[in-house]
Ligand binder design. Structure first.
Ligand code: VGL
Ligand code: ZN
Length: 217
């Protein structure tokens, strides 16, 4: 697949140690995305944005903020169902910074999300009420980007919700599979949130590639 560096942009989602082995919400092999992201960014793209999960202490997505609740349970919030997580991505903490080896030289915009205490945010476009905008769509449109290539963590949450919103907003979307890792919570009938995300995104027309299928002009 050929990248057009003028109208294609890479989105690097939540490449933060909090989502990697040893972190608060560790994704299996989460750290394995770093060299892949670096290679693709260096070799194929002129432009990138990045997202950073960025929660205040006591964030409403933390199980610890809901007495009697445990991580990975689902509760009802005013904006809909919300999975509760271990405390993670604490603003200003070392594990909420970008992974120290992530090469952010080409990153032109950083979207921080989940900074409102009462509202979680998986997608880089809208918070979990699916109405509160981060402003990224307008920025991408103003800059003339038409296709968004997504990489990072976690495939089934922040990457998947970003991909879904991007399609709805009219962008073409491609997920770079080997540059992502997922959480994979158990879902209905033996499937996981990863299976559901892949099925849902494919049905919406999201493309999936592996990094060595990408070429630049
Ligand atoms: C994420 C759960 C909670 C993610 C962030 O980056 O996918 N998942 N916060
Ligand atoms: Zn979070």
């Amino acid at each position: 697949m050929r990248i057009d560096p003028a109208t294609d942009i890479m989105g690097v989602v939540d490449v933060q140690p909090t989502f990697m082995p040893g972190g608060e919400l560790a994704v299996v092999e989460g750290d394995a995305v770093v060299p892949v992201v670096n290679r693709v960014l260096a070799g194929c793209f002129d432009h990138a944005f990045a997202t950073q999960d960025w929660h205040p202490p006591g964030h409403s997505s933390f199980a610890s903020s809901h007495p009697g609740r445990k991580p990975f349970e689902t509760i009802q919030m005013p904006y809909g169902p919300q999975i509760l997580w271990p405390d993670h991505a604490l603003q200003g903490s070392r594990n909420a910074a970008f992974h120290p080896e992530l090469d952010i030289a080409k990153v032109e915009v950083i979207i921080r999300k989940g900074f409102r205490r009462e509202l979680d945010s998986y997608s880089t476009f809208f918070e979990n009420d699916r109405k509160t905008t981060t402003g990224l769509a307008a920025w991408l449109q103003a800059r003339g980007f038409r296709r968004v290539f997504l990489a990072g963590l976690a495939t089934d949450f922040c990457v998947a919700w970003s991909a879904e919103d991007a399609v709805r907003l009219g962008f073409e979307v491609v997920v770079i599979e080997d540059a992502c890792r997922g959480i994979g919570l158990p879902g209905q009938d033996g499937t996981t949130t990863l299976d559901a995300a892949r099925r849902n995104l494919s049905g919406m027309g999201v493309g999936f590639v592996i990094s060595n299928e990408l070429t630049a002009d």
